[in-house]
Design a binder for this molecule. Structure first.
Ligand SMILES: Nc1ncnc2c1ncn2[C@@H]1O[C@H](COP(=O)(O)OP(=O)(O)OP(=O)(O)O)[C@@H](O)[C@H]1O
Length: 303
């Protein structure tokens, strides 16, 4: 059952159309990704869902509520990650959680949230003294303090180093495991591929594609790459003659073959017929990044 339904959403800032005819729905229990280049309209879309921004056209329904008409009811059911600037640096971790819990009619036990999100040792630390990863833990705990059914995380891991980012991925999976639907805006391909059940790719305010990570990758029809060092001299034309192969390039003794479909089988079979062993054989499958580049014509930011 969809918990979020967005139909033909349109939002303009002056004469700039930031979101144009975007439709999607998010099923209960999903981690749903919103992915796109800088300025594509991702934050505008999620802010319309959160009720933080008015839109000019289309409809948005979140658990049957209208984000504007039913703003207060929605606020009780949706967990929104705070921006860093929203917390005073001198506020202690436990004080922040206690204070936020008073904003909700049916809050979670904030003391349990401290334990659940690994903040026991930082219970009495001030917000300004926390590391980036600890701030994100607190930010997730604060988003969950109202016992929400939906949590929205916008660029949650952007400021983190790779290790803290990976730890945060586990936390996001933990949020979902607790039955919360997650709407996730991200720049990171690996993050989207690892976490999201489905992804809406946004380009210049429009929906460029909507599918599972695997579906996006296969629809983009990106090529596979096979690299190896042949054990004996190899005539490139043996490979370029194969219908599966689109190109053969060399760097020193290493050969790189790109192609589609059953590339590995076709190449290895030809090599075997000529008694050539492919040493140091590596296959690079197309990734979400390849699909993203094909769909948006832009390289991903910050990978
Ligand atoms: N308050 C605003 N007033 C005017 N223009 C805005 C406003 N907020 C966003 N925009 C513009 O609308 C477009 C979409 O912005 P939005 O922040 O939704 O994109 P985004 O995909 O989230 O970008 P990023 O990945 O860089 O955060 C951009 O061109 C942006 O400059």
């Amino acid at each position: 059952m969809p918990v979020i339904e967005v139909q033909n959403l349109r939002k303009t800032y002056g004469d700039h159309v930031a979101v144009d005819d975007v439709s999607f729905s998010v099923e209960e229990g999903e981690i749903f990704g919103v992915l796109g280049p800088n300025g594509a309209g991702k934050t505008t879309i999620v802010e319309c869902v959160e009720g933080l921004r008015r839109y000019d056209g289309g409809t948005v329904s979140v658990m049957g509520l209208d984000p504007h008409r039913d703003k207060e009811q929605l606020r009780q059911r949706i967990g929104i990650q705070l921006q860093e600037s929203e917390l005073p640096p001198r506020l202690k971790v436990w004080e922040a959680l206690q204070m936020y819990s008073t904003f909700y009619s049916d809050p979670a036990d904030w003391r349990s949230l401290i334990t659940d999100w690994g903040l026991e040792k930082k219970r009495d630390s001030r917000f300004g003294q926390l590391s980036g990863g600890q701030k994100q833990r607190l930010s997730i705990a604060l988003a969950l303090v109202g016992n929400p059914r939906i949590a929205v995380f916008d660029e949650l891991t952007t400021a983190l180093d790779p290790r803290a980012r990976r730890e945060t991925w586990e936390l996001i999976e933990k949020v979902r495991a607790q039955g919360v639907t997650v709407l996730l805006v991200t720049h990171f391909m690996e993050e989207a591929e690892r976490l999201c059940d489905r992804i809406a790719v946004i380009k210049e305010g429009r929906l460029a594609a909507l599918d599972t990570p695997a579906g996006l990758i296969s629809a983009a029809d990106a090529e596979q790459r096979l690299r190896f060092v042949p054990s004996a001299p190899l005539d490139d034309s043996l490979l370029t003659a194969l219908p599966e192969v689109t190109s053969v390039t060399r760097a020193g003794s290493r050969v790189t073959v790109t192609g589609t479909n059953n590339l590995v089988y076709a190449v290895v079979a030809v090599l075997a017929r000529h008694a050539i062993v492919p040493d140091e054989l590596r296959l690079e499958q197309p990734t979400l990044e390849d699909a993203f580049v094909k769909l948006t014509g832009t390289a991903p930011v910050g990978n």
